[in-house]
Design a protein around this ligand. Structure first.
Ligand SMILES: [Zn+2]
Length: 58
């Protein structure tokens, strides 16, 4: 089921750890959590917006 599912690579500044977050069911945002401390993040999925694949959060 995960095949082809869009994701973003995110640097969690809270723990300085890199991980992936995946597009939610609605396709409106990427959401996930820090693998170390569990901090949740959400990044809105832009339509025709940024082409950047990498984000920082925290
Ligand atoms: Zn963290």
């Amino acid at each position: 089921m995960n095949r082809g599912r869009p994701y973003l690579g995110v640097l969690f500044q809270c723990c300085h750890v890199y991980s992936r977050i995946y597009l939610n069911r609605l396709g409106t945002a990427f959401s996930g959590h820090c693998p170390r401390c569990g901090a949740r993040i959400t990044i809105k999925a832009g339509k025709g917006g940024s082409k950047s694949r990498f984000w920082t959060a925290g």
